[in-house]
Design a protein around this ligand. Structure first.
Ligand code: DNO
Length: 358
């Protein structure tokens, strides 16, 4: 596995130098953030980012995300222009040495939580999702102020209502068709550039506000992989997104898709599954509902050699900053993942490479 860490660019409170000091760290996961969704990233900004990352002694190999314009997901006539731009971004990123691109196909709302600073008994704060709070927010009602954390703030209230209404009239089948249309045009370019595309599962992995969500479970991931049957059409296995539903056996999915060579990126995060939703927890297995050892072992045993990053961390030790993306708890997560991997590797009898060889 290649250990990686998400970094939000120069504005991030967490610095590249701090990330570099996390043992075993290999690659930064980042993006060009100042270009509107759907437009082409300038070569200059890509190279600037690459230069900064490499100057700190880390690799620039994973992008999260190149976002997919809503017109592509909605299947509008303008999608062809946005798909061409998307392909151009793949070409430009590959010229800069990028090997893996994470993206999602969630209508309008990316990850959804109801609170970003819920206090856990140990005094740390975390992101949570309680269904009764989601049910109170109706995006189409006149007086709704539409504020759940994590939502795209670039929409005005009316724009958001309009786009939500468009999706509410859309079936899952239509969303699948639009995804297939996108993949059929984008994956050949990714294959030519040898860039692995890695779709992120819907988070949480169920429909919200009646909007279709399709990247949610094993059956649908199977279907996704056959839409374009090419190794460059792969997934980001996000343990927290899949694992917030008891219906998903994440270790089984890790084993199956790693064996197929279709997992290019892993987000490792633990969640406590509750009757009314879930809470994000520390990475350690005993802190949540997921068996992190079992998932790592499934990846190892099935030859996974892609990128892996500790996903959201809690806020601990008084740290403030971007919810889920502070330094301390994610660094603890990285160290825990290193420990699991080393133990699994040693138990398998394989020689361990020193970090100088990386
Ligand atoms: C949340 C992230 C997601 C992810 C996108 C990928 O913290 O895991 O926002 O980056 O869904 O496109």
């Amino acid at each position: 596995m290649k250990l990686s860490f998400r970094w939000y660019g120069k504005e991030d409170k967490v610095t590249l130098q701090q990330i570099r000091q996390i043992p075993g760290m290999y690659s930064i996961v980042t993006a060009v953030y100042d270009v509107p969704v759907g437009e082409v990233w300038s070569r200059e900004s890509i190279v600037k980012l690459k230069t900064m990352v490499e100057a700190s002694g880390l690799h620039f190999e994973v992008i999260e995300s190149v976002p997919v314009h809503e017109d592509i997901k909605l299947g509008k006539p303008s999608r062809d222009r946005y798909i061409e731009n998307y392909c151009e971004n793949i070409r430009r990123l590959s010229e800069a040495g990028v090997k893996c691109i994470c993206y999602n196909f969630m209508p309008v709302f990316d990850w959804t939580r109801t609170q970003l600073d819920h206090k856990l008994p140990d005094g740390s704060t975390t992101l949570v999702y309680y269904q009764e709070q989601v049910d109170k927010v109706n995006p189409l009602s006149g007086d709704s102020d539409l504020t759940l954390p994590g939502w795209d703030a670039s929409y005005t209230r009316d724009e958001l209502k309009n786009v939500v209404a468009e999706y509410q009239a859309m079936t899952e089948e239509k969303l699948w068709d639009n995804l297939k249309y996108f993949l059929e045009r984008v994956i050949p370019v990714a294959a030519e550039c040898d860039v692995n595309m890695a779709i992120h599962e819907d988070d949480p992995c169920w429909s919200i506000f009646g909007l279709p969500r399709i990247i949610t479970n094993e059956q649908n991931l199977d279907k996704f992989l056959t839409l374009v049957d090419d190794k460059h059409n792969g997934i980001t296995l996000c343990t927290g997104s899949l694992g917030c539903s008891n219906q998903n056996d994440v270790a089984k999915m890790a084993a199956k898709y790693a064996k197929m060579g279709r997992i290019h990126f892993v987000h490792m995060r633990n969640v406590a599954v509750l009757d009314n939703g879930f809470e994000e927890r520390a990475h350690l297995s005993s802190c949540g509902s997921l068996d992190m050892y079992e998932i790592m072992k499934a990846l190892y045993d099935n030859g996974f050699d892609g990128y892996i990053r500790p996903d959201h961390g809690r806020m601990i030790w008084g740290e403030t900053g971007r919810a889920g993306y502070g330094l301390y708890d994610r660094a603890l997560g990285a160290t825990y993942l290193n420990g699991l991997w080393e133990a699994i590797e040693k138990m398998s009898g394989k020689k361990i490479s020193s970090s100088d060889e990386r």
